[in-house]
Design a protein around this ligand. Sequence first.
Ligand code: TMP
Length: 208
Amino acid sequence: MFVTVEGVEGAGKSTLMDLLARALESRGIPFLRTREPGGCGLGASLRPLLLDVSSTLDSRAELFLFLADRAQHVSETIRPALARGAWVLCDRYADSTIAYQGYGRGMDVERLQALNDYATGGLWPDMTLLLDLPVETGLARARARNGREGLTQSEGRFEAEELAFHQRIRSGFLARAARWPERFCVLNAALSPQMLYKQALKALGLSD
Ligand code: TMP
């Protein structure tokens, strides 16, 4: 079972991932928790280039770095885990590229769909949990967290983008969810972490 968690900045993905990882552990389900960018050795080197505020990446170069990370991540980490029967819980994946580089940066969405097909060898998630909330709320949370943890410079490149960029991303995610309703489960990320978790468990068929 390949599960991705997606959403705008500050939607609460990490907290939900922590809770889901614990739920799988307590049920004795083998799983791999990972993320993009940065879920494999190559990605760990690419993450700072992609997220540091001082990076001056051309948007096509940015796109291909995300795709390079994904191609390596799929072949080195995700496919082997799925092949041994583990669940894969991944924080962001191809839908983020289409939302951020496509809807956000204005690149052709159908072309990005095809490039993601190519990078992943056609591997799409079985289930995508989309954490949806107003971008103002998410950005305020994300900026507060990064300030607290000293990550504003090293991880803040996308957060520093204008509000309209983030609004396009939110609409992009929702458009994708409307296009693939059987894969996506849209959750209201303005709810408490515990309520969100309950809804996610239900969507994954893990409720007690
Ligand atoms: P996060 O891991 O804290 O969510 O940060 C990753 C950032 O990278 C986030 O701002 C979204 C952005 N991103 C893209 O723009 N395209 C992608 O394909 C991925 C995976 C992430």
